[in-house]
Ligand binder design. Sequence first.
Ligand SMILES: Nc1ncnc2c1ncn2[C@@H]1O[C@H](COP(=O)(O)OP(=O)(O)OP(=O)(O)O)[C@@H](O)[C@H]1O
Ligand SMILES: [Mg+2]
Length: 449
Amino acid sequence: MTWFMVGVVVVAAGLLRWRRPAWYWLTFGVVLATVRVLVRYASVMDACGLTVPPSRWRLALARVANRPVPESRVPRILRLRPTRTGLVLRLKLRPGQDAFDVSAATDRLRHSFGMYGVTSREVRSGVVEVRMTGYDVLKQVQMPARTEARPMRVPVALREDGSVHYRDYRAVPHGLTLGATESGKSVYQRNLVAGLAPMDVALVGIDCKHGVELFPLARRFSALADNPDTALELLEALVSHMEEMYQLIRAEQRISVAVPDAEIAADIWDLPDDIRPVPVVVLVDEVAELALFASREEEKRRDRIITALVRLAQLGRAAGIYLEICGQRFGSELGKGITMLRAQLTGRTAHRVNDETSANMAFGDISPDAVLAAIQIPAETRGIAIAGDSTGGWHRIRTPHTSLRQAVNTCNKYADRTPDVPALAAYRPAVAALSSARLPLSKTAPATA
Ligand SMILES: Nc1ncnc2c1ncn2[C@@H]1O[C@H](COP(=O)(O)OP(=O)(O)OP(=O)(O)O)[C@@H](O)[C@H]1O
Ligand SMILES: [Mg+2]
Protein backbone atom coordinates (compact mmCIF):
# COMPACT_ATOMS: atom_id res chain seq x y z
CA MET A 1 0.00 0.00 0.00
CA THR A 2 2.76 2.42 0.94
CA TRP A 3 4.59 1.65 -2.31
CA PHE A 4 1.35 2.29 -4.15
CA MET A 5 1.05 5.73 -2.48
CA VAL A 6 4.67 6.55 -3.30
CA GLY A 7 4.01 5.58 -6.91
CA VAL A 8 0.93 7.82 -7.06
CA VAL A 9 2.87 10.79 -5.64
CA VAL A 10 5.75 10.26 -8.10
CA VAL A 11 3.37 10.06 -11.07
CA ALA A 12 1.47 13.15 -9.83
CA ALA A 13 4.75 15.06 -9.46
CA GLY A 14 5.83 14.00 -12.95
CA LEU A 15 2.51 15.06 -14.47
CA LEU A 16 2.61 18.41 -12.67
CA ARG A 17 6.17 19.03 -13.79
CA TRP A 18 5.20 18.36 -17.40
CA ARG A 19 1.85 20.18 -17.60
CA ARG A 20 1.96 22.76 -14.79
CA PRO A 21 5.60 23.64 -13.95
CA ALA A 22 4.56 26.56 -11.72
CA TRP A 23 2.39 24.30 -9.53
CA TYR A 24 5.09 21.63 -9.50
CA TRP A 25 7.55 24.21 -8.23
CA LEU A 26 5.26 25.33 -5.42
CA THR A 27 4.44 21.76 -4.31
CA PHE A 28 7.51 19.55 -4.83
CA GLY A 29 10.16 21.56 -6.68
CA VAL A 30 10.93 24.14 -4.03
CA VAL A 31 11.61 21.54 -1.30
CA LEU A 32 13.68 19.26 -3.53
CA ALA A 33 15.71 22.17 -4.92
CA THR A 34 16.39 23.62 -1.45
CA VAL A 35 17.62 20.25 -0.17
CA ARG A 36 19.70 19.71 -3.33
CA VAL A 37 21.36 23.15 -3.08
CA LEU A 38 22.16 22.78 0.63
CA VAL A 39 23.50 19.22 0.32
CA ARG A 40 25.58 19.80 -2.81
CA TYR A 41 26.66 23.35 -2.04
CA ALA A 42 30.28 22.79 -0.99
CA SER A 43 31.10 20.24 -3.69
CA VAL A 44 29.43 22.31 -6.46
CA MET A 45 31.28 25.47 -5.42
CA ASP A 46 34.52 23.52 -5.44
CA ALA A 47 33.81 22.02 -8.86
CA CYS A 48 32.84 25.43 -10.27
CA GLY A 49 36.06 27.03 -9.07
CA LEU A 50 34.38 29.26 -6.50
CA THR A 51 36.61 28.33 -3.55
CA VAL A 52 39.69 30.02 -2.11
CA PRO A 53 42.68 28.21 -0.56
CA PRO A 54 42.94 28.34 3.26
CA SER A 55 44.51 31.50 4.64
CA ARG A 56 48.09 31.56 5.86
CA TRP A 57 47.20 31.76 9.54
CA ARG A 58 44.89 28.71 9.26
CA LEU A 59 47.70 26.77 7.58
CA ALA A 60 50.14 27.88 10.28
CA LEU A 61 47.66 26.96 13.03
CA ALA A 62 47.16 23.50 11.50
CA ARG A 63 50.93 23.00 11.30
CA VAL A 64 51.44 24.06 14.96
CA ALA A 65 48.57 21.88 16.19
CA ASN A 66 49.76 19.01 13.98
CA ARG A 67 46.32 18.83 12.33
CA PRO A 68 45.56 17.88 8.68
CA VAL A 69 45.80 20.71 6.11
CA PRO A 70 42.50 22.69 6.19
CA GLU A 71 40.21 22.52 3.13
CA SER A 72 39.56 25.31 0.64
CA ARG A 73 36.79 27.64 1.71
CA VAL A 74 33.50 28.33 -0.11
CA PRO A 75 31.53 31.62 -0.06
CA ARG A 76 29.37 31.76 3.06
CA ILE A 77 25.57 31.49 2.58
CA LEU A 78 24.03 34.57 4.22
CA ARG A 79 20.47 33.71 3.23
CA LEU A 80 18.54 31.15 1.20
CA ARG A 81 15.06 32.39 0.27
CA PRO A 82 12.55 30.29 -1.69
CA THR A 83 10.34 32.36 -4.03
CA ARG A 84 7.30 31.75 -6.24
CA THR A 85 9.56 30.85 -9.15
CA GLY A 86 12.90 29.75 -7.70
CA LEU A 87 15.50 30.30 -5.00
CA VAL A 88 17.46 33.40 -4.03
CA LEU A 89 20.86 32.79 -2.51
CA ARG A 90 22.82 35.59 -0.88
CA LEU A 91 26.55 34.85 -0.64
CA LYS A 92 29.38 36.54 1.25
CA LEU A 93 32.47 36.31 -0.92
CA ARG A 94 35.82 35.23 0.49
CA PRO A 95 38.87 37.51 0.23
CA GLY A 96 40.23 37.36 -3.32
CA GLN A 97 36.87 36.60 -4.97
CA ASP A 98 34.78 39.08 -6.96
CA ALA A 99 31.25 39.27 -8.33
CA PHE A 100 32.54 38.51 -11.82
CA ASP A 101 33.77 35.07 -10.65
CA VAL A 102 30.20 34.18 -9.69
CA SER A 103 28.58 35.66 -12.82
CA ALA A 104 31.11 33.79 -15.00
CA ALA A 105 30.15 30.52 -13.26
CA THR A 106 26.34 30.94 -13.47
CA ASP A 107 25.95 28.49 -16.34
CA ARG A 108 27.99 25.85 -14.48
CA LEU A 109 25.94 26.46 -11.32
CA ARG A 110 22.74 26.05 -13.34
CA HIS A 111 23.75 22.58 -14.52
CA SER A 112 25.22 21.51 -11.19
CA PHE A 113 22.16 22.47 -9.13
CA GLY A 114 19.72 21.23 -11.79
CA MET A 115 17.95 24.60 -12.06
CA TYR A 116 16.44 26.19 -15.18
CA GLY A 117 18.26 29.51 -14.98
CA VAL A 118 20.83 31.20 -12.75
CA THR A 119 21.75 34.91 -12.72
CA SER A 120 23.84 36.88 -10.26
CA ARG A 121 24.28 40.50 -9.25
CA GLU A 122 26.37 42.34 -6.72
CA VAL A 123 24.29 43.67 -3.82
CA ARG A 124 27.13 45.51 -2.10
CA SER A 125 30.86 45.09 -1.86
CA GLY A 126 31.58 41.44 -1.06
CA VAL A 127 27.92 40.31 -1.17
CA VAL A 128 26.42 38.66 -4.26
CA GLU A 129 22.83 37.61 -4.88
CA VAL A 130 22.35 34.47 -6.97
CA ARG A 131 18.80 34.15 -8.35
CA MET A 132 17.80 30.71 -9.60
CA THR A 133 14.61 29.79 -11.41
CA GLY A 134 13.12 26.31 -11.17
CA TYR A 135 11.35 26.37 -14.56
CA ASP A 136 10.96 28.55 -17.67
CA VAL A 137 9.00 31.46 -16.20
CA LEU A 138 8.72 33.22 -19.56
CA LYS A 139 6.95 30.30 -21.27
CA GLN A 140 3.60 31.20 -19.73
CA VAL A 141 3.86 34.49 -17.93
CA GLN A 142 1.99 34.80 -14.65
CA MET A 143 2.48 38.07 -12.85
CA PRO A 144 2.51 37.88 -9.04
CA ALA A 145 -0.77 38.92 -7.45
CA ARG A 146 0.96 41.56 -5.33
CA THR A 147 3.45 44.00 -6.79
CA GLU A 148 5.03 47.08 -5.24
CA ALA A 149 2.56 49.84 -6.04
CA ARG A 150 4.01 53.31 -6.59
CA PRO A 151 2.69 56.24 -8.60
CA MET A 152 3.79 56.20 -12.25
CA ARG A 153 5.38 52.76 -11.95
CA VAL A 154 3.76 49.97 -13.93
CA PRO A 155 4.55 46.26 -13.38
CA VAL A 156 4.59 45.51 -17.11
CA ALA A 157 6.42 42.20 -17.55
CA LEU A 158 8.24 39.31 -15.90
CA ARG A 159 12.02 38.97 -16.06
CA GLU A 160 13.66 35.63 -16.75
CA ASP A 161 14.97 35.52 -13.18
CA GLY A 162 11.36 35.58 -11.94
CA SER A 163 11.37 39.20 -10.71
CA VAL A 164 8.91 41.83 -11.93
CA HIS A 165 9.98 44.33 -14.59
CA TYR A 166 8.59 47.78 -13.89
CA ARG A 167 8.22 50.68 -16.29
CA ASP A 168 8.97 53.54 -13.91
CA TYR A 169 8.18 56.86 -15.57
CA ARG A 170 9.68 58.97 -12.80
CA ALA A 171 13.04 57.16 -12.94
CA VAL A 172 13.14 56.76 -16.74
CA PRO A 173 10.80 59.33 -18.28
CA HIS A 174 10.89 58.38 -21.97
CA GLY A 175 10.99 54.95 -23.57
CA LEU A 176 11.57 53.40 -26.99
CA THR A 177 10.26 49.95 -27.94
CA LEU A 178 11.55 48.36 -31.12
CA GLY A 179 10.81 45.05 -32.81
CA ALA A 180 10.06 43.41 -36.14
CA THR A 181 6.47 43.05 -37.24
CA GLU A 182 4.44 40.60 -35.08
CA SER A 183 7.06 40.60 -32.34
CA GLY A 184 4.82 41.88 -29.55
CA LYS A 185 5.27 45.68 -29.41
CA SER A 186 1.58 46.50 -29.39
CA VAL A 187 0.88 43.88 -26.72
CA TYR A 188 3.62 45.48 -24.58
CA GLN A 189 2.02 48.90 -25.09
CA ARG A 190 -1.43 47.47 -24.33
CA ASN A 191 -0.09 46.11 -21.02
CA LEU A 192 1.25 49.56 -20.21
CA VAL A 193 -2.14 51.15 -20.92
CA ALA A 194 -3.89 48.52 -18.75
CA GLY A 195 -1.35 49.16 -15.97
CA LEU A 196 -1.67 52.95 -16.19
CA ALA A 197 -5.49 52.93 -16.42
CA PRO A 198 -6.11 52.78 -12.63
CA MET A 199 -3.57 55.56 -11.94
CA ASP A 200 -4.01 59.34 -11.89
CA VAL A 201 -2.60 59.95 -15.33
CA ALA A 202 -3.83 61.34 -18.64
CA LEU A 203 -3.22 59.01 -21.58
CA VAL A 204 -2.60 60.43 -25.03
CA GLY A 205 -2.35 58.08 -28.02
CA ILE A 206 -1.04 58.45 -31.55
CA ASP A 207 -1.73 55.35 -33.60
CA CYS A 208 -1.13 55.87 -37.30
CA LYS A 209 -2.18 52.28 -38.04
CA HIS A 210 -5.64 53.84 -38.48
CA GLY A 211 -6.16 53.57 -34.74
CA VAL A 212 -6.66 49.79 -34.67
CA GLU A 213 -4.57 49.31 -31.53
CA LEU A 214 -5.47 52.32 -29.38
CA PHE A 215 -8.97 53.42 -30.47
CA PRO A 216 -10.71 50.42 -28.84
CA LEU A 217 -9.21 51.67 -25.54
CA ALA A 218 -10.50 55.21 -26.18
CA ARG A 219 -12.59 55.49 -23.03
CA ARG A 220 -9.50 55.84 -20.88
CA PHE A 221 -7.72 58.21 -23.30
CA SER A 222 -7.79 61.98 -22.91
CA ALA A 223 -6.69 62.53 -26.53
CA LEU A 224 -6.18 60.33 -29.56
CA ALA A 225 -4.92 60.80 -33.12
CA ASP A 226 -5.05 58.24 -35.92
CA ASN A 227 -3.36 60.11 -38.77
CA PRO A 228 -0.26 62.29 -39.11
CA ASP A 229 -2.25 65.53 -39.60
CA THR A 230 -4.16 65.15 -36.32
CA ALA A 231 -0.95 63.89 -34.68
CA LEU A 232 0.80 67.14 -35.60
CA GLU A 233 -1.99 69.28 -34.13
CA LEU A 234 -2.09 67.10 -31.01
CA LEU A 235 1.69 67.27 -30.48
CA GLU A 236 1.70 71.04 -30.89
CA ALA A 237 -1.16 71.29 -28.38
CA LEU A 238 0.96 69.16 -26.02
CA VAL A 239 3.89 71.53 -26.45
CA SER A 240 1.67 74.48 -25.45
CA HIS A 241 0.36 72.41 -22.51
CA MET A 242 3.98 71.86 -21.49
CA GLU A 243 4.64 75.60 -21.64
CA GLU A 244 1.60 76.25 -19.42
CA MET A 245 2.95 73.71 -16.90
CA TYR A 246 6.26 75.57 -16.77
CA GLN A 247 4.41 78.84 -16.16
CA LEU A 248 2.60 77.15 -13.27
CA ILE A 249 5.84 75.81 -11.76
CA ARG A 250 7.45 79.27 -12.12
CA ALA A 251 4.47 80.91 -10.42
CA GLU A 252 4.71 78.47 -7.51
CA GLN A 253 8.46 78.64 -7.02
CA ARG A 254 8.62 81.86 -4.96
CA ILE A 255 12.14 81.20 -3.71
CA SER A 256 12.80 83.12 -0.52
CA VAL A 257 15.15 82.59 2.39
CA ALA A 258 12.34 81.01 4.39
CA VAL A 259 11.66 78.22 1.86
CA PRO A 260 13.68 75.05 2.63
CA ASP A 261 15.73 73.68 -0.29
CA ALA A 262 13.63 70.54 -0.58
CA GLU A 263 10.43 72.55 -1.06
CA ILE A 264 11.57 74.63 -4.05
CA ALA A 265 9.52 73.36 -6.97
CA ALA A 266 11.47 72.34 -10.06
CA ASP A 267 8.98 69.87 -11.51
CA ILE A 268 5.31 69.04 -11.08
CA TRP A 269 6.02 66.49 -8.33
CA ASP A 270 7.34 69.27 -6.08
CA LEU A 271 4.05 71.18 -6.30
CA PRO A 272 1.44 70.83 -3.53
CA ASP A 273 -1.08 68.02 -4.16
CA ASP A 274 -4.06 70.35 -4.64
CA ILE A 275 -2.54 72.25 -7.57
CA ARG A 276 -0.37 69.53 -9.09
CA PRO A 277 -1.36 68.99 -12.72
CA VAL A 278 -2.04 65.45 -13.85
CA PRO A 279 0.95 63.78 -15.57
CA VAL A 280 0.56 62.84 -19.25
CA VAL A 281 1.86 59.67 -20.92
CA VAL A 282 2.05 59.96 -24.72
CA LEU A 283 1.95 56.57 -26.46
CA VAL A 284 3.03 56.51 -30.11
CA ASP A 285 2.55 53.26 -32.06
CA GLU A 286 4.32 52.84 -35.44
CA VAL A 287 6.41 55.98 -35.13
CA ALA A 288 7.89 55.60 -38.64
CA GLU A 289 4.50 56.62 -40.08
CA LEU A 290 5.04 60.06 -38.56
CA ALA A 291 8.49 60.39 -40.10
CA LEU A 292 7.79 59.26 -43.68
CA PHE A 293 6.74 61.66 -46.44
CA ALA A 294 5.96 61.56 -50.16
CA SER A 295 5.48 65.22 -51.05
CA ARG A 296 6.84 68.61 -50.08
CA GLU A 297 3.80 69.37 -47.90
CA GLU A 298 4.21 66.09 -46.07
CA GLU A 299 7.89 66.81 -45.54
CA LYS A 300 7.04 70.11 -43.82
CA ARG A 301 4.51 68.30 -41.63
CA ARG A 302 7.05 65.63 -40.79
CA ASP A 303 9.63 68.22 -39.74
CA ARG A 304 7.11 69.92 -37.45
CA ILE A 305 6.08 66.56 -35.92
CA ILE A 306 9.68 65.54 -35.20
CA THR A 307 10.49 68.99 -33.79
CA ALA A 308 7.50 68.77 -31.44
CA LEU A 309 8.52 65.26 -30.33
CA VAL A 310 12.12 66.35 -29.73
CA ARG A 311 10.91 69.32 -27.67
CA LEU A 312 8.64 67.09 -25.60
CA ALA A 313 11.48 64.60 -25.06
CA GLN A 314 13.92 67.32 -24.04
CA LEU A 315 11.70 69.39 -21.82
CA GLY A 316 8.67 67.23 -21.00
CA ARG A 317 9.86 65.41 -17.90
CA ALA A 318 9.65 68.30 -15.43
CA ALA A 319 6.21 69.20 -16.81
CA GLY A 320 5.06 65.61 -16.23
CA ILE A 321 4.95 64.61 -19.93
CA TYR A 322 6.37 61.17 -20.69
CA LEU A 323 6.89 59.60 -24.12
CA GLU A 324 6.48 55.93 -24.95
CA ILE A 325 7.43 55.35 -28.57
CA CYS A 326 7.03 52.07 -30.50
CA GLY A 327 8.34 51.26 -33.94
CA GLN A 328 9.88 48.61 -36.16
CA ARG A 329 13.03 50.62 -36.80
CA PHE A 330 14.10 53.98 -35.49
CA GLY A 331 17.31 55.03 -37.17
CA SER A 332 18.84 57.86 -39.14
CA GLU A 333 17.24 56.62 -42.39
CA LEU A 334 14.01 58.21 -41.10
CA GLY A 335 15.58 61.63 -41.57
CA LYS A 336 16.97 64.46 -39.56
CA GLY A 337 16.12 64.81 -35.91
CA ILE A 338 15.51 61.07 -35.39
CA THR A 339 18.84 60.26 -33.74
CA MET A 340 18.48 63.38 -31.57
CA LEU A 341 15.07 62.16 -30.45
CA ARG A 342 16.41 58.62 -29.88
CA ALA A 343 19.16 59.93 -27.63
CA GLN A 344 16.48 61.28 -25.26
CA LEU A 345 14.58 57.99 -25.05
CA THR A 346 16.39 56.38 -22.14
CA GLY A 347 14.24 53.29 -21.48
CA ARG A 348 15.04 50.85 -24.27
CA THR A 349 13.16 47.65 -25.04
CA ALA A 350 13.84 45.50 -28.10
CA HIS A 351 11.58 42.66 -29.18
CA ARG A 352 12.73 40.19 -31.82
CA VAL A 353 14.59 42.01 -34.60
CA ASN A 354 15.73 40.59 -37.91
CA ASP A 355 19.08 42.30 -38.25
CA GLU A 356 21.87 43.66 -36.16
CA THR A 357 21.35 47.29 -37.26
CA SER A 358 17.82 47.31 -35.81
CA ALA A 359 19.12 45.91 -32.51
CA ASN A 360 21.89 48.50 -32.59
CA MET A 361 19.23 51.24 -32.74
CA ALA A 362 18.10 50.12 -29.29
CA PHE A 363 21.27 48.94 -27.59
CA GLY A 364 24.26 49.75 -29.83
CA ASP A 365 25.22 52.65 -27.58
CA ILE A 366 24.46 50.75 -24.34
CA SER A 367 25.56 47.11 -24.45
CA PRO A 368 26.86 44.83 -27.24
CA ASP A 369 25.63 41.75 -25.29
CA ALA A 370 22.09 43.10 -25.35
CA VAL A 371 22.32 43.55 -29.16
CA LEU A 372 23.25 39.89 -29.53
CA ALA A 373 20.49 38.78 -27.16
CA ALA A 374 17.86 40.76 -29.12
CA ILE A 375 18.85 39.06 -32.39
CA GLN A 376 18.74 35.62 -30.79
CA ILE A 377 15.08 35.86 -29.64
CA PRO A 378 13.31 33.01 -31.48
CA ALA A 379 10.45 33.99 -33.80
CA GLU A 380 7.99 31.58 -32.17
CA THR A 381 8.24 33.10 -28.69
CA ARG A 382 6.51 36.39 -29.42
CA GLY A 383 6.48 38.95 -26.68
CA ILE A 384 9.98 38.12 -25.40
CA ALA A 385 12.09 41.25 -25.34
CA ILE A 386 15.38 42.60 -24.06
CA ALA A 387 14.91 45.56 -21.72
CA GLY A 388 17.56 47.88 -20.39
CA ASP A 389 17.31 48.78 -16.72
CA SER A 390 18.17 51.94 -14.85
CA THR A 391 21.56 50.57 -13.73
CA GLY A 392 22.82 50.07 -17.29
CA GLY A 393 22.24 46.29 -17.27
CA TRP A 394 19.67 44.39 -19.31
CA HIS A 395 17.16 41.57 -18.85
CA ARG A 396 15.08 39.19 -20.94
CA ILE A 397 11.45 39.99 -20.24
CA ARG A 398 8.02 38.91 -21.43
CA THR A 399 4.70 40.59 -20.90
CA PRO A 400 1.62 38.58 -19.96
CA HIS A 401 -0.51 38.01 -23.03
CA THR A 402 -3.21 40.64 -22.47
CA SER A 403 -5.80 40.37 -25.22
CA LEU A 404 -7.40 43.47 -26.70
CA ARG A 405 -10.65 42.44 -25.02
CA GLN A 406 -9.04 42.35 -21.54
CA ALA A 407 -7.41 45.76 -22.13
CA VAL A 408 -10.74 47.21 -23.34
CA ASN A 409 -12.45 45.89 -20.19
CA THR A 410 -9.79 47.46 -17.95
CA CYS A 411 -10.00 50.80 -19.77
CA ASN A 412 -13.80 50.81 -19.60
CA LYS A 413 -13.69 49.95 -15.89
CA TYR A 414 -11.49 52.97 -15.17
CA ALA A 415 -13.10 55.27 -17.77
CA ASP A 416 -14.26 57.62 -14.99
CA ARG A 417 -10.62 58.28 -14.08
CA THR A 418 -9.95 59.86 -17.50
CA PRO A 419 -8.88 63.40 -16.67
CA ASP A 420 -9.77 66.41 -18.81
CA VAL A 421 -6.67 68.18 -20.05
CA PRO A 422 -8.00 71.57 -21.25
CA ALA A 423 -5.26 72.04 -23.86
CA LEU A 424 -6.13 68.67 -25.43
CA ALA A 425 -9.92 68.89 -25.18
CA ALA A 426 -10.32 69.09 -28.96
CA TYR A 427 -8.70 65.66 -29.39
CA ARG A 428 -10.71 63.81 -26.78
CA PRO A 429 -12.21 60.78 -28.55
CA ALA A 430 -15.99 60.90 -28.99
CA VAL A 431 -16.85 58.07 -26.64
CA ALA A 432 -20.51 58.06 -27.72
CA ALA A 433 -19.34 56.89 -31.12
CA LEU A 434 -17.79 53.83 -29.48
CA SER A 435 -21.17 52.35 -28.76
CA SER A 436 -21.43 49.53 -26.29
CA ALA A 437 -22.75 47.42 -29.18
CA ARG A 438 -19.34 47.67 -30.84
CA LEU A 439 -17.35 47.18 -27.69
CA PRO A 440 -19.36 44.86 -25.48
CA LEU A 441 -18.10 44.49 -21.95
CA SER A 442 -17.49 40.80 -21.56
CA LYS A 443 -18.62 39.26 -18.30
CA THR A 444 -16.30 36.32 -18.74
CA ALA A 445 -13.04 37.97 -19.74
CA PRO A 446 -11.07 38.89 -16.63
CA ALA A 447 -10.23 42.56 -16.23
CA THR A 448 -6.53 43.03 -15.70
CA ALA A 449 -5.58 45.71 -13.22
N1 LIG B 1 3.69 38.55 -24.36
C1 LIG B 1 3.11 37.78 -25.27
N2 LIG B 1 2.78 36.51 -24.97
C2 LIG B 1 2.21 35.71 -25.88
N3 LIG B 1 1.92 36.10 -27.15
C3 LIG B 1 2.23 37.33 -27.52
C4 LIG B 1 2.84 38.25 -26.59
N4 LIG B 1 3.04 39.42 -27.24
C5 LIG B 1 2.58 39.25 -28.47
N5 LIG B 1 2.10 38.01 -28.66
C6 LIG B 1 1.49 37.46 -29.90
O1 LIG B 1 2.08 38.10 -31.01
C7 LIG B 1 1.08 38.69 -31.83
C8 LIG B 1 1.61 39.98 -32.41
O2 LIG B 1 1.82 40.92 -31.38
P1 LIG B 1 1.74 42.48 -31.63
O3 LIG B 1 0.49 42.85 -32.36
O4 LIG B 1 1.99 43.14 -30.34
O5 LIG B 1 2.96 42.66 -32.61
P2 LIG B 1 3.59 44.00 -33.14
O6 LIG B 1 5.03 43.95 -32.84
O7 LIG B 1 2.82 45.17 -32.64
O8 LIG B 1 3.39 43.84 -34.71
P3 LIG B 1 3.17 45.01 -35.79
O9 LIG B 1 4.50 45.66 -35.94
O10 LIG B 1 2.78 44.23 -37.01
O11 LIG B 1 2.12 45.91 -35.27
C9 LIG B 1 -0.11 38.87 -30.92
O12 LIG B 1 -1.32 38.79 -31.60
C10 LIG B 1 0.03 37.76 -29.93
O13 LIG B 1 -0.67 36.63 -30.38
MG1 LIG C 1 1.77 46.74 -33.55
